[in-house]
Design a protein. Structure first.
Length: 260
């Protein structure tokens, strides 16, 4: 691949850092396969393990279908400079992601996409996910809404503003724009990316019928959100980790080269 870093550079990574590269490469490939990507834009980033002042970013011009574990640059959170690897830093990625990584402890992973169904909702006067089904209800309390599009994000001040809008939430609807998810892990951020797009798709399909949406009663909403919070019914891996592991097994069968 054109932007792959040298074998000597990759050999200096720790086992934890290499696993992060593998998982982030898998997330890019899966996002392309599942229709979440848009050309060479949008961004999936993750703070480099053991290096809180830098994050992984693909070189600008890399298509998500060709991302591999060795292609990531390490970009400085404070200055946007390439600390490891080679390639150009896409400006809006730095201006959105770096401030969010810096401001929010839950934002080790920051995933921003223009997924079609969720992005379609952001174009509406009321983009809110309605509590009309189990998936929608389970996610509703995790969503922040930014109701003001301010133009292309070419200044870190925009990322700082978005971090304040996100607050303690893990999903951001960006008015007239797209979606961002954050997570402590790559698996957590991808799981939210997947399910918010599914929730948006189902809601739009329901809206297309022209019939009134059937909102769940408030006691059912509260019960559903409480029971879906966390993973108290399981030991070991969380549901998000199990989901991402299953997706990676699928990817291993289809496109094992992402691990190079």
């Amino acid at each position: 691949m054109q932007f792959r870093v040298s074998p000597e550079t990759v050999s200096d990574t720790s086992a934890e850092q290499w696993q992060a590269r593998l998982d982030l490469a898998a997330a890019h490939r899966l996002a392309f396969m599942q229709g979440f990507s848009e050309g060479i834009f949008n961004h999936l980033t993750f703070v480099v393990p053991g290096q809180s002042d830098r994050y992984y970013q693909i070189p600008f011009g890399t298509h998500w279908s060709e991302v591999t574990a060795s292609c990531f640059m390490e970009v400085g959170i404070d200055d946007g400079k390439v600390k490891r690897g080679e390639g150009d830093v896409e400006r809006s990625c730095y201006c959105i992601h770096a401030p969010i990584h810096k401001a929010l402890p839950q934002a080790k992973a920051v995933f921003h996409t223009h997924m079609p169904f969720a992005s379609a909702l952001t174009r509406l006067e009321d983009p809110r996910i309605k509590e009309i089904g189990q998936t929608e209800t389970g996610m509703a309390g995790k969503i922040a809404y930014d109701d003001e599009y301010t133009g292309p994000a070419f200044d870190p001040a925009e990322g700082e503003r978005l971090a304040k809008v996100i607050g303690d939430k893990t999903i951001l609807f960006m008015a007239n724009h797209g979606i961002s998810t954050v997570g402590e892990t790559i698996a957590a951020a991808y799981d939210k990316l997947y399910y918010i797009e599914r929730a948006a798709q189902v809601q739009i399909y329901a809206m297309w019928t022209g019939q009134p949406l059937k909102k769940l009663p408030e006691p059912v909403v509260e019960k559903t959100q409480q029971e879906m919070r966390g993973n108290s019914y399981y030991t070991g891996l969380s549901p998000a980790e199990r989901h991402f592991a299953a997706l990676k097994r699928m990817l291993d069968r289809k496109e094992p080269d992402y691990a190079t």
